[in-house]
Design a protein. Structure first.
Length: 501
């Protein structure tokens, strides 16, 4: 069975005034274009004949494909290719490989590190027309679909069958599952369902030279040598184009409960987290932290009110899910005791879908609210729980003399993933220099990761060394050179410039 979704290309946000974005090559003048082929009239004719006029895009419409959501980087590609099948992707890459034409692979273009847009004039290969559900097995809960399926469409589909997707993202209305795999997106429920390396059973990918690698396994157990699927999960389009996915979907929990809680200090947050995890370990599906600055930003720029006292220093959103209806009663008693002991200062609880959604809207609107200031420096890092928030006040101190609108920390405390955001009116070299590489040096010092779920992309390529050893980076480069010796797939991403050409 095959189901097609009409995928309207829409913005992940209504944020900010639309403005021209400085070209990446101008912001980074030392960056040099690789010795790739330049698309000519013969190439254009080939692509048009293969895809048809509708799925070969040029002119003004290409502009939105050239710019990332943050308006932080912009390429100047003239052409967008929108294949519908794996075979068309194979034909495109085989042709581009022969001609040494660089290709930028793009899904929903919701990435936050410049990985989904061209740096120079790379041809953009968009997966948005590959949006069919191929099959769903109700017995096993395995979904097979094309890479261009929008996450929210998949969530709605499996929900109608009594299942859920094993991950959820704020960008679900626009992001595509192929891009989710390519960046190994973590999301809001990793603490319960784990990463995509565990839930993805198989995938199909097209290599740089057009060969189709079919690892579309739907088995939960397969112990036959190297699991090549893992190479492509998190590879950010540098090793191949993911075209199909087989993913394990859990059953829909019968009961869901969300609490929104206010606390006076980060120490109290950690104590509360420890107690929640101990008391509700089997049902804890999300534990999200938001500081006061993040909440104020949502109130001011989006107009969503805080459901509890809005003058506290920290807030957490706790989601419990499971098949026993004791959850609501138990969390009520648990929170009452925490209030009596002054561990928490205020709380509200929701167990109805509409009320739950309202609480989640606060957390999910933080990124958009910050972008309304004009420009955001975003850092997606993993840290030990006890150090999760320490870097936020450190960055505030470093930037106190500069024109910064907001410095805030929020994220998935349950898995140690902090989103450190600095909002300004526009990009500023002095501000950027005060943050980078300090934030990466600080993270590395405490054995953290410079990228928890966003990937390396273009913007973090110089800082890979803060999370990977020389040997690890060397092996990564050898792998890239073996699979894509001409380096036509997503060039200028992950590795520094001198390691590309």
């Amino acid at each position: 069975m095959t189901f097609n979704f009409f995928n309207v290309r829409k913005l992940y946000t209504k944020a900010a005034l639309y403005k021209n974005v400085q070209l990446t090559k101008e912001r980074f003048p030392n960056l040099k274009r690789g010795s790739y082929g330049i698309v000519d009239s013969t190439d254009i004719e080939f692509f048009k004949n293969l895809l048809g006029v509708t799925n070969f895009i040029t002119g003004e419409e290409v502009k939105s494909y050239n710019e990332d959501w943050l308006k932080s980087v912009s390429g100047f590609s003239k052409y967008v290719l929108k294949p519908k099948t794996t075979e068309q992707v194979s034909t495109i890459l085989k042709y581009c490989y022969k001609r040494s034409i660089a290709v930028c692979i793009q899904g929903g273009n919701t990435g936050l590190v410049g990985g989904s847009v061209p740096v120079f004039d790379e041809v953009i290969l968009s997966t948005s027309a590959m949006n069919s559900i191929i099959s769903f097995n109700k017995l096993s809960g395995v979904l097979v679909c094309q890479a261009g399926c929008v996450l929210e469409n998949l969530m709605n589909y499996v929900q109608s069958e009594g299942f859920i997707m094993p991950f959820d993202l704020g960008a679900k209305g626009t992001c595509q599952i192929g891009g989710n795999l390519a960046t190994n997106a973590g999301g809001l429920r990793l603490i319960k369902y784990g990463s995509l390396h565990g839930s993805v059973l198989g995938l199909q990918a097209v290599l740089a030279d057009g060969q189709i690698l079919d690892c579309l396994n739907t088995l939960k157990k397969d112990n036959t040598g190297y699991h090549l699927k893992h190479l492509f999960i998190g590879s950010e389009g540098t090793l191949g184009v993911i075209t199909k996915i087989a993913i394990q979907c859990p059953n829909t929990p019968k009961f869901v409960n969300v609490s929104f809680i206010g606390l006076e200090s980060f120490d109290k947050v950690l104590s509360f987290f420890s107690l929640v995890r101990k008391e509700f370990s089997a049902s804890l599906s999300s534990f999200e932290l938001m500081d006061a600055v993040a909440i104020k930003s949502v109130q001011k720029n989006i107009g969503i009110k805080c459901p509890i006292n809005d003058n506290l220093k920290f807030y957490v959103l706790v989601e419990l899910s499971g098949d026993n209806n004791y959850i609501s009663h138990s969390i009520q008693e648990f929170l009452e005791k925490a209030l009596d002991e002054n561990l928490i200062l205020d709380a509200t609880v929701a167990d109805q879908p509409s009320l739950i959604q309202n609480l989640w809207k606060i957390r999910e609107n933080i990124p958009e609210s910050l972008l309304r200031y004009g420009y955001v420096y975003k850092y997606d890092i993993t840290l030990p729980h006890e150090l999760f928030y320490e870097i936020v006040p450190e960055i505030r101190k470093r930037l106190k003399h500069l024109d910064v609108k907001a410095v805030c920390g929020y994220g998935h405390l349950g898995d140690g993933n902090l989103h450190l955001n600095v909002a300004t009116i526009e990009h500023n070299v002095e501000i950027a220099s005060a943050i980078e590489p300090y934030v990466y040096e600080w993270t590395s010092k405490y054995k953290g990761s410079i990228s928890a779920e966003h990937g390396i992309g273009f913007l973090k390529r110089k800082y890979l060394k803060y999370s990977k050893s020389n040997l690890e980076i060397d092996l990564m480069k050898k792998l890239k050179n073996t699979i894509d010796p001409k380096k036509i797939l997503n060039p200028y991403k992950i590795f520094p410039q001198d390691e590309i050409n």
